[in-house]
Every structure is written in structure tokens, then in C-alpha cells.
Ligand binder design. Structure first.
Ligand code: C2E
Ligand code: CA
Ligand code: CA
Length: 657
């Protein structure tokens, strides 16, 4: 529309300039040229006017009107260019000068009209004019008059000027006419209107711009909130795992190899606090821990909560001239754990939490964040295995062990299906050398790594939950084995190791009863060996299960006695009929002299009506000493190592023979 208006304004100004120059023309030929140029412009002005008008009025089919105007006026324009005196005249004569009202005298020309072409031209002009009038009327009727009031005013002015020109013509054509000037009115009027329109648009644009700006600010705020949510822990407000991951990534990607460390803290037995005191207390404890670590962290360090009760501290740079980075990290860790273990008041509780920590020095051997996290996890695992409440720095040999562990973990799943487990039997003799029973000990014959000790794979089986299937398997095999023993040993017992995890399960009692029923084993010949750890979790639950099985005929033995933390009080509560003295005590047995400690253990056991089995007996001296102390039975390499079923049978035959 603005382009159309620009073209129209340009054409009108040239047209008016030509109209004015006609009064200055000195000769007929100049007047003829000017008249021709004026009509040429007329042929251009009307289509351009229609173009502008239809766009301004917002006509839907504006293109059609413009094309119609071009089709009508173009032939006339061509004819006009080919006519010597313009298409309107066949000749032009000069008239006496015209004296204007203010006394100025100007040239005046009269043309001899070409009736047909003049008629055609004015018919087209009038049609354009009428079209504009019709458009205005229609728009006014459709309530859009406000848009076209300026055009309406122009049309009235144009009509008035045209009528005036007709009157002047009627009176001999001598006098001033203003019909051409109506164009000027159109241009001026529309300039004003469009200017205001543009101003309004500018204002609207400024408002939209402001709105856009505030919307952008709002969005930025929301994005910042979302980013904060995505990178922070909602409970403690600390950065989260995501944040730590990116920070470590940036540190690893940095070309400057600055000394640093990643420390992973894990609260000991947090689950117990959560379960015993409720999640609200647990949450408050986590917040308290978060505050303490943040306060104790050196400047520039980043503290994050990785999830659950795991907190990470990234120290980089770690500058200390007197100690190595690992030493510095360990010192800082110890300072923090010392702070953390001070009692924390939450509600009515004074809570003391133990903390285990793993430390991975940076830049270490790890090249990516996942490896760093794995290293620090390994160190933490070690700290926990070492009895918790301690800090361990990652060392590369841990990686090899972790790799082996992973290998075993994977292999363990397949081992059951592939039948790689074997149960071996280690005999037990009484002090007179009579066979009284055997302990079933599990072996894993790995296709690549050979025989693997249960000490290595049982903890993995316990952690992965595979111990339940493995335990059932051992139970089954041991029960079947019992039935194969010669009738001479009809009273001999088989001892089966039971992991605390097996004892914790609800269906433990049921599984055992079902197994003895299906294998037709006599439960009175089965001793279940349990360790003291089985009572740490829930002494009463364990005791009730043991009682239920005792009622069914099973007997229980307390394994590895002396290496754990069983209190004498709980020992009294437990319906256990046998006590196994741990190998470590037998190793330290002072040869030839009475070991007071073992003597005390045996005395307590006998006092509680328990029999005593010493395990790990390797020498005759140890056996004699134990006999002197009143021990009831021995098990160990002195008698025999654990043997596969067939070898065990041969051993029994040799004993009888
Ligand atoms: P444990 O119950 O204390 O078993 C005794 C361990 O001492 C056995 O090791 C046995 O081979 C070893 N031993 C026996 N006599 C001697 C000796 O004179 N000298 C020395 N140095 N060692 C001796 P093993 O078979 O490697 O078993 C290790 C542990 O694995 C067992 O300790 C037991 O806690 C666990 N375990 C073994 N089989 C099973 C099982 O079927 N289920 C469960 N849950 N644990 C098992
Ligand atoms: Ca045992
Ligand atoms: Ca033992």
C-alpha cells in the first residue's frame, strides 16, 4: 500500500508540475508536448490510484480491479503517445494571454477535441471516479466508513472541482480550474492519514516490543528456575549429581592438569535411622549433614548430594606444599568426618552418624567422569568393608579387584544354570577320633579361573541376592548326600552354612521343611551354621525362626564364634546347641599351655548346654590342647580338608578300615 501511495504521490506531483508548466509554454509545439505528457500521466495516475485505493480500503479482490484499470488505460496511453497533440486533441491553438485575478498574465491554449478518444478517456476517468464512489458507499454501509473518510472527502472535493471546471468550460473555458488540484488534496489528505496510521502502528509496535521484552525476562526467569531445579537437590538445596557430573567433565576436559580430588561420603546405617525414626527425621538429618559438609568444605570446593545419603565434594585445585594431594584430600576428609560425627540435634533426638568416605585423586588414571565416579565408589566400598566410619583413597589395584569382582558377579549368574557349583564335605571327629559329622562347603569350579573360594564369591552372591538360589541348592545337595552315608554313620550329622540373608527371608522355615520333605532327609541330623551377623538385624525374628526349626528337629550352630560381637546376653537367648570356635583362635592356641580365652569360651558353652567344635585344627598339638580344654569335636586339615563327595566316601571307608 505504501509503495502504491509513493508511486501515486510521485505521479501526481509530476502531473501538477506539467499542468503548471502549460501556462508557461511559449509555443504550440511545447503546449502539445506538455498536453501529451499530462494525459500520459493521467493514464498512469488512475490505475495507480485504483491500486492504492483498493489496498487502502482493504478490498479482497484488489488485484482484479488493478488489472481492469491497467487493461483500460494502457491502450489509451499508447494511443496518446502516438498522437501529436495528445489523444484528446486534433490541434491546439494559442489564445490571448489569460490574466489571473492577482494580475499575472499566463499563456492560454485551446484544443480542438477529438470527440471519440476524448469521450473514451473521460468515460474511463469517470468510471474510475464512480468505482471509487461505489467502494466508499459500500464501505460506509458496512460500517467501515472511518477507514475511508479521507477518500470520501477527496471524492467530494474532486466532484466539486470537476463541476467547477465544467462550468468554466461552459462559459468559454476562460478562467482558472482546480480539478487537477484535487489530486493534490488527495495526496496531502492521505499523507496526513497515513502518517497518523504509521504513528499508531509505531506505538503499538513499541507496546508489543515492551511486552516481548517482559515476556523474554519472564521466560529467562522460568528457565533459570528450571535450570536450578535440574541441577540442584530439592531437599538440601545443594547441587545434584547432574551438576557434579558437568563440573567434573569440565575439570577433566581442562588442559591445565591441576591437582584435585573427588570425595564421596556415605552415612553409615542411614537406612536404620530412616526406618526407626521416620523419613522426616531422616530428611532433617540429611539437611544437617549437607550444612556441615558445606561449612567445612574449603573455599572453591563444590559440595553436591548425589542421591540418598551420598554426598560428594570436589576439591580442585588442591594446593598444599607440605603434603601430597592424596594426603591433603585425606586430611580434609578426616576433618569433615570429625565434624559430621558430632551429635546432631533433630527434634528430640541427638543423632550420631558414622560416615564412610572414598577419595579419588585427580587427575588420576580415569579419563572420563564415569570412571572417576567408579574409582571413588570403589574406595568408598573399601571404606565400608573395612568396618565403616573410615576414609580410603583409591589405588589402582582396587580397579583390578573390582574388575575381577565384576567378572565373578557376571559369572555367578550363569554358574547355577551351568552346574559349576560343587559341594565338598569336611569331616568332624570327636576327641576319641570317632566320625561325628561333616560340614558342607561350597566350591565354584569356574571354567576359566579354576576353583574359586567361597570367601570370594559368597559376599557377591549375598549382595546380588543370588545367595537364596545358591543356598537352596546347597541345602538340597547336602540333604541328598546325607542319605548316601553308610549305615554305620546313621547318627552322624551334616552341617550346612546359612547366610544371614537366607535367615532374614520370610519363607526360610518353609524352604527348609520343604527340602527335607522332598529329599526325605532327617532334620535331626542337620545342623545349620549361622554367624553372629544373623542376629544384628533382628534378634527376636531370628530367634523365633530358629525355635520353629528346632521344633522340627533341626539343630543350630554358632559359627566363627569369637570373631563377631555377640553379647553373652544374646547368646543366652538363642536356642543354639553348638558353638564353633573360629580358626583364628585355634591358630593362636599356645601350644602345651592352657589358653585361658578358649577355656572360657568352652566353659560358657558348656554352661549354656552347648557342645563345642574347634575348626581349623591343623596339628596334633592343637588337638591335644583342645582335648585338655574339654572341646567336644574338631574339624581341620589334621583330619582332612573338605573333599568332593566321592573322595569323602573313600575317606569314610579308610576310617572304618
Ligand atoms: P567357615 O564356615 O568358617 O568354613 C570353614 C572354612 O575353613 C572353610 O573354608 C574350610 O575349608 C576352612 N578350613 C577347614 N579346616 C582348615 C584348616 O585346618 N586350616 C585352614 N587354614 N582352613 C581350614 P572355605 O571352604 O573356603 O569356606 C569359607 C567360608 O565360606 C566358610 O567359612 C563359610 O562361611 C562360607 N561358605 C562355605 N560354603 C558355604 C555355603 O554353602 N553357604 C554359605 N552361606 N557360606 C558358605
Ligand atoms: Ca561354617
Ligand atoms: Ca567357621
Amino acid at each position: 500500500m505504501y509503495l502504491a501511495f509513493g508511486c501515486l504521490s510521485l505521479l501526481v506531483s509530476v502531473y501538477l508540475a506539467l499542468a503548471a508548466s502549460l501556462y508557461q509554454a511559449e509555443s504550440i509545439s511545447t503546449a502539445a508536448a506538455l498536453a501529451r505528457a499530462e494525459i500520459t500521466l493521467g493514464c498512469l495516475i488512475y490505475p495507480t490510484g485504483i491500486w492504492f485505493f483498493s489496498l487502502y480500503a482493504g478490498l479482497v479482490h484488489w488485484r482484479r480491479w488493478v488489472i481492469a484499470a491497467v487493461v483500460i488505460f494502457t491502450p489509451m496511453l499508447l494511443i496518446n503517445l502516438g498522437s501529436p497533440y495528445s489523444m484528446l486533441y486534433t490541434g491546439i491553438t494559442m489564445r490571448p494571454p489569460l490574466v489571473l485575478p492577482w494580475g499575472e498574465s499566463v499563456h492560454d491554449f485551446a484544443g480542438t477535441e477529438a470527440p471519440v478518444l476524448t469521450g473514451l478517456y473521460y468515460a474511463a476517468v469517470d468510471a474510475s471516479f464512480l468505482w471509487a464512489v461505489c467502494c466508499c458507499v459500500l464501505l460506509w454501509r458496512h460500517g467501515r466508513g472511518a477507514r475511508v473518510w479521507s477518500l470520501t472527502l477527496y471524492l467530494i472535493l474532486q466532484a466539486t472541482a470537476s463541476v467547477h471546471a465544467e462550468m468554466v468550460n461552459y462559459h468559454g473555458g476562460r478562467g482558472l480550474t482546480f480539478d487537477s488540484l484535487a489530486f493534490l488534496a488527495l495526496v496531502l489528505l492521505m499523507s496526513g492519514v497515513l502518517r497518523r496510521e504509521l504513528q499508531r502502528r509505531n506505538q503499538a509496535l513499541a507496546v508489543s516490543l515492551d511486552e516481548l521484552r517482559s515476556e523474554t525476562l519472564r521466560r529467562e526467569g522460568v528457565e533459570a528456575d528450571l535450570r536450578h531445579l535440574a541441577y540442584h537437590d530439592h531437599l538440601t538445596g545443594l547441587p545434584n549429581r547432574h551438576f557434579m557430573h558437568e563440573r567434573l567433565q569440565a575439570a577433566l576436559a581442562s588442559t591445565e592438569q591441576v591437582d584435585g580430588a573427588l570425595i564421596l561420603f556415605d552415612l553409615d546405617h542411614f537406612k536404620t535411622i530412616n526406618e526407626a525414626l521416620g523419613h522426616d527425621v531422616g530428611d532433617e538429618l540429611l539437611k544437617g549433614v549437607a550444612t556441615r559438609i558445606s561449612e567445612a568444605a574449603p573455599p572453591g570446593a563444590c559440595v553436591a548430594r548425589l542421591g540418598g545419603d551420598e554426598f560428594a565434594l570436589h576439591l580442585q585445585p588442591l594446593i598444599d606444599n607440605n603434603e601430597s594431594p592424596a594426603q591433603a584430600a585425606l586430611r580434609i576428609t578426616q576433618e569433615i568426618t570429625a565434624r559430621l560425627t558430632a551429635p546432631l540435634r533433630i527434634g528430640n533426638h541427638d543423632l550420631v552418624v558414622g560416615v564412610s568416605a572414598g577419595i579419588a585423586p585427580l587427575p588420576g588414571t580415569a579419563r572420563d567422569v564415569d570412571s572417576v565416579l567408579r574409582q571413588v565408589d570403589m574406595a568408598l566400598y573399601r571404606a565400608k568393608a573395612a568396618g565403616r566410619h573410615t576414609a580410603v583413597v583409591f589405588e589402582s589395584e582396587m580397579q583390578a579387584q573390582a574388575d575381577r569382582r565384576l567378572l565373578l558377579e557376571k559369572g555367578l549368574r550363569l554358574a547355577l544354570d551351568r552346574g559349576e557349583f560343587e559341594v565338598h564335605y569336611q569331616p568332624q571327629l570327636d576327641m576319641q577320633g570317632r566320625f561325628v559329622g561333616a560340614e558342607a562347603l561350597l566350591r565354584w569350579r569356574h571354567p576359566e579361573h579354576g576353583l574359586i573360594d567361597p570367601d570370594e564369591f559368597i559376599p557377591i552372591a549375598e549382595e546380588t541376592g543370588l545367595i537364596h538360589r545358591i543356598g537352596r541348592d546347597v541345602l538340597q545337595q547336602a540333604c541328598l548326600e546325607l542319605e548316601t552315608w553308610p549305615a554305620a554313620h546313621a547318627k552322624a550329622r551334616i552341617s550346612i552354612n546359612v547366610s544371614p540373608w537366607q535367615l532374614f527371608t520370610q519363607d526360610f522355615v518353609h524352604t527348609l521343611q520343604e527340602t527335607v520333605a522332598s529329599t526325605q532327609a532327617d532334620p535331626r541330623r542337620i545342623t545349620l551354621e549361622i554367624t553372629e551377623n544373623a542376629f544384628l538385624h533382628d534378634l527376636d525374628d531370628a530367634a523365633s525362626k530358629i525355635r520353629a526349626l528346632e521344633a522340627a528337629g533341626f539343630q543350630f550352630s554358632l559359627d566363627d564364634f569369637g570373631s563377631g560381637y555377640t553379647s553373652l546376653e544374646s547368646l543366652k537367648k538363642l536356642p543354639v546347641s553348638e558353638l564353633k570356635i573360629d580358626r583364628t583362635f585355634i591358630e593362636g592356641l599356645h601350644l602345651g599351655s592352657h589358653d585361658r580365652f578358649i577355656e572360657a569360651m568352652i566353659a560358657i558353652a558348656h554352661h549354656l548346654k552347648m557342645s563345642v567344635v574347634a575348626e581349623g585344627v591343623e596339628t596334633e598339638e592343637q588337638r591335644t590342647a583342645l582335648a585338655g580344654l574339654g572341646c567336644n569335636a574338631i574339624q581341620g586339615y589334621l583330619v582332612s580338608p573338605a573333599l568332593p563327595s566321592a573322595a569323602f566316601h573313600s575317606w569314610l571307608e579308610r576310617l572304618a578300615g
